[in-house]
Design a protein around this ligand. Structure first.
Ligand code: GRG
Length: 300
């Protein structure tokens, strides 16, 4: 059994490890080309929760192995996530001036620098995924499978596709089907792939991976619905951005389509299903179970 305190201590420990790893892999910003590295550094170390890399570590730890072995791989997931946030904030996309309480990358630097910082971070992610140290720890076939999964989850059939549809849906009358598709691709796919890639690297069996995949989908959708709800009910100081920005942009969200109460009840249902999905893992999944409750009640 794990409780909230155990989870918080775990998240803190892993966040520190991911941060240390990211500091090691990001090139030092000096000489020609330093501006774009400064911009990447600015966004990478701006208070992110490191949820995706931590999920990858959790997936790996289900095997009982020490996840320090794959920290460099997990750090790559944060590079992808940060690139997506930098690009998402650009005026041609969501046009957000603030991210985590500070000016977004293009405001602190400029648009061209922000685009390049995002591009550079995406490339850096693949440097992490293919780091030679990983070959000493994991099966190369599993490594290829994990990289392939993340490529799909972050590309046209995943996050990029979801972002496109999200932008197209702005201001339009949406359906529940379209909304689910957007959330599944924009947010859920990378969250699911983060967890499952860790499990693949740890060589969990097919049936365990299938179960984790289902769990990751529910968790990803839960994460996005709570994100939609925080935009209405959250605390601006904790969120680090103005409230109701989705409403102002006429975004297609769960509360916009179903109302706050129904959205909250959908989130609770997803949390319940997620907990049930994990029963096959028993005590090994104690922290993952606690994470669901944490995400259901999250404040940022
Ligand atoms: C630009 C290709 C491209 C994709 C952008 C990630 C994304 C797709 C858009 C961000 C918009 C958004 C707020 C989506 C909701 C879910 C989400 C990804 C929230 C931010 O993730 P957190 O809370 O961020 O894990 P931190 O700040 O902790 O890193």
């Amino acid at each position: 059994m794990a409780n909230l305190q155990d989870l918080k201590a775990y998240l803190e420990e892993k966040k520190n490890k991911i941060d240390e790893t990211l500091k090691k892999i990001l090139p030092i910003s000096k000489g020609y080309g330093r501006r774009v590295i400064e911009a990447a550094h600015y966004s990478l170390f701006n208070g992110g929760k490191r949820l995706r890399p931590i999920l990858c570590l959790m997936g790996y730890e289900l095997s009982g192995e020490n996840s320090d072995e794959i920290l460099i791989f997990a750090a790559g997931l944060e590079c992808i996530h940060t690139y997506s946030l930098i690009h998402d904030d650009l005026p041609c996309m969501d046009d957000d001036d603030f991210r985590r309480g500070k000016p977004s990358c293009h405001k602190a630097f400029d648009e061209a620098t922000a685009i390049l910082a995002g591009d550079g971070l995406q490339a850096l992610a693949y440097e992490c995924f293919t780091h030679k140290e990983l070959l000493k720890k994991v099966n190369p076939v599993n490594l290829l499978k994990a990289i392939n999964l993340i490529s799909k989850a972050s590309g046209f059939k995943g996050m990029v596709g979801g972002q496109m549809e999200d932008l197209l849906a702005e201001g339009k009358k949406g359906s529940a089907r379209r909304l689910k598709w957007i959330h599944e691709h924009k947010t859920m796919a990378l969250i699911e792939a983060s967890l499952v890639s860790g499990a693949i690297l740890a060589d969990l069996n097919k049936s365990e991976i299938k179960t984790l995949s289902k769990f990751g989908q529910n968790l990803g959708l839960l994460f996005q619905i709570t994100d939609d709800l925080l935009d209405i009910l959250g605390d601006e100081n904790l969120l680090g951005k103005p409230l109701r920005s989705d409403l102002k942009k006429k975004k297609l969200t769960y509360p916009a389509l179903f109302g706050v109460e129904k959205a909250r009840s959908l989130a609770e249902d997803l949390a319940k299903t997620s907990l049930e999905t994990l029963t096959t893992f028993g005590e090994r999944a104690a922290l993952l179970k606690e994470l669901i409750i944490f995400i259901l009640n999250r404040v940022n």
